[in-house]
Design a protein around this ligand. Structure first.
Ligand SMILES: NC(=O)c1ccc[n+]([C@@H]2O[C@H](COP(=O)([O-])OP(=O)(O)OC[C@H]3O[C@@H](n4cnc5c(N)ncnc54)[C@H](OP(=O)(O)O)[C@@H]3O)[C@@H](O)[C@H]2O)c1
Length: 249
């Protein structure tokens, strides 16, 4: 019997994605899945890791630097000729109680998570395909439920702000035919969790109604879904991937 062809969530052979945080845990899965779907990828970050695929353009990028963001998006256009999916995953956690947090730490976390999104959106808007472009930001369950000292106040606050930034852009850019959405994972099995002790991990897992830490592949699947035609009517959406941790989003 003839084997059925593998059906991809996203079929996008002529399309181009620009991914920040591409060498992080979720980023690597997103890039891999995009490549499997036929999408060409601009993979940006600060690591020496390289995807061995001729459909990837690697660029060093610090997402808090406006000149670097502008230049990287311009290189995407000069190299691949278009930009369809803008996927902003770069982010960092803080830690500790608010009264112990320095202004420097507050500003670093807010700049990495929130100001970077402003820069990516601002410069991405000018180049993304209209109509048809899709933007995905990355929130967190901390952005719904206040978070805790494990990630700190700046992390929780910046992730909440991203949700409203997405709503703002979803409205402003709908007439251009650009969709803007955000995924908000609970704990995901990536290097970001390496900072937690075994006890903290056990407590975290047992706080999840489904009792499971999500995989980076699941998050990547949700992101590809939001990029795909299956989500053509979805904009301004906050996709909750929290294993039941948050139920009143
Ligand atoms: N893992 C979780 O439990 C979890 C839960 C909810 C939401 N998230 C969100 O998911 C996204 C991806 O995180 P992850 O889980 O994949 O963690 P990760 O493996 O730590 O990836 C985060 C990536 O962001 C990059 N990054 C940080 N600051 C940057 C900057 N200024 N410029 C460029 N890149 C920068 C990091 O690069 P460097 O290695 O160079 O610092 C790293 O590659 C983040 O937005 C995170 O907040 C994660």
């Amino acid at each position: 019997m003839r084997k059925p062809e593998r059906i991809h969530l996203l079929n996008s052979e002529d399309k181009v994605a620009f991914v920040t945080g591409a060498y992080g845990g979720i980023g690597r899965s997103v890039v891999k899945m995009l490549l499997e779907s036929g999408t060409k990828v601009v993979a940006t970050g600060r690591s020496d890791f390289r995807f061995k695929d001729s459909d990837v353009l690697h660029l060093n990028l610090d997402v808090t630097k406006e000149k670097e963001v502008k230049s990287a998006i311009e290189k995407c256009i000069s190299h691949f000729g278009r930009l369809d999916f803008l996927i902003h995953l770069a982010g960092m956690v803080g830690s500790g109680r608010l009264d112990a947090m320095s202004l420097e730490e507050w500003e670093k976390v807010v700049s990495t998570n929130l100001t970077s999104a402003f820069l990516i959106l601002k410069h991405g808007y000018k180049k993304i395909k209209k109509p048809g472009g899709v933007v995905i930001l990355c929130g967190s369950s901390n952005g719904y439920n206040g978070g805790s000292h494990l990630s700190g106040a700046a992390y929780a606050s910046s992730k909440t702000a991203l949700v409203n930034l997405v709503r703002y852009c979803a409205k402003e850019w709908a007439p251009d035919g650009i969709r803007v959405n955000i995924v908000s994972p609970g704990p995901v099995d990536t290097p970001m969790l390496d900072r937690l002790s075994k006890n903290e991990m056990d407590d975290l897992r047992s706080s999840l109604p489904l009792g499971r830490i999500a995989s980076p592949e699941e998050c990547a699947g949700s992101i590809l879904f939001l990029c795909s035609n299956h989500a053509e009517s979805m904009t301004g959406t906050n996709l909750n991937i929290s294993s039941g941790l948050v139920l009143d989003a």
